[in-house]
Write a protein of this length. Structure first.
Length: 132
């Protein structure tokens, strides 16, 4: 594990969530993660597209039938009728959010979408942990 990852997401991403507690068995970083945030800063943005959509909904066991076969994500219907926020990336802007909520990245219509990101977690022993 390391801190900070550069990602170029031009074709978009499937609807998904990132939850260290669900994704990693045991104690991540020798501690239990009790709270988690994601941070992205945009270093290149397309003239159109590339929006991040975040839904106010976390994974539930009944969501599994909507998992994309052979993929890591879910059909967008998993968050239908749920409050959402759409953020258009702006060069140099940072976005801090709870990645345990479903989210996606829309395809860039033209140009490149490049961000630097990491996860920030609060552990059960009161430490802040960073990882990518």
């Amino acid at each position: 594990m390391h801190v900070g990852i550069v990602r170029e997401i031009n074709a978009g991403l499937q609807v998904h969530f990132d939850d260290a507690v669900r994704e990693y068995a045991g104690r991540l970083l020798d501690s239990e993660v009790v709270a988690q945030l994601a941070f992205n800063i945009y270093i290149r943005v397309p003239p159109a597209g590339g929006e991040t959509v975040l839904w106010r909904r976390r994974w539930q066991p009944d969501d599994e039938p909507l998992r994309v076969p052979g993929g890591y994500g879910f059909q967008e219907a998993v968050a239908a009728d749920t409050q959402s926020l759409t953020l258009r990336p702006t060069l140099g802007e940072g976005f801090l959010f709870d990645p345990r909520h479903y989210h996606t990245v829309r395809p860039a219509s033209d140009g490149r979408r490049i961000s630097i990101g990491c996860f920030v977690g609060l552990t059960d022993d009161g430490r802040l942990a960073l990882w990518s």
